[in-house]
Design a protein. Structure first.
Length: 146
């Protein structure tokens, strides 16, 4: 398993804890890393994901909700919701990552921490996010040649 996968899985576990103790970000990350051994690279990327999601949660959740037909974010399983948040954060703020890699990683994490049905759900939502972001990117380029 790669370092980024380990970082994503750690971020998922921290985000899950934060579902129940939202204002305790530093405490949750400190406690998690006291109990789990990982390289500084894994810790740094995981913490960047968690802090980035918390900082941009309204934007991330709004994008997920806008593409979640018949599913309110609050009704999604905690694990599935946070897998989606991690992937959407990476789409928006980790521009060096290929969308296909982000989606594949999210699917594999969903299979491991949730279910095959969740993996299909995550795939569907993230494919819609990818398409929406690509359309937005293409429309912003239209005015560049003027």
């Amino acid at each position: 398993m790669g370092r980024r996968r380990k970082a994503r899985e750690s971020a998922l576990q921290i985000l899950f804890q934060l579902e129940f103790n939202k204002p305790q970000i530093e405490k949750a990350t400190d406690q998690f890393w006291k109990e789990k051994k990982a390289s500084e690279e894994i810790k740094d990327y995981s913490n960047r994901i968690v802090k980035g999601i918390v900082s941009h949660q309204e934007e991330i959740d709004s994008l997920i909700q806008s593409l979640s037909d018949h599913w309110r974010l609050s009704r999604m399983a905690h694990v599935d919701r946070n897998i989606l948040r991690i992937a959407v954060f990476e789409f928006l703020y980790e521009k060096s990552l290929a969308p296909a890699v982000i989606i594949n990683e999210a699917i594999e994490i969903a299979k491991k921490f949730s279910s095959d049905e969740a993996a299909a759900f995550v795939n569907g939502i993230l494919d819609a996010v990818r398409k929406k972001l690509e359309v937005g990117k293409d429309s912003s380029k239209e005015g560049e040649d003027d």
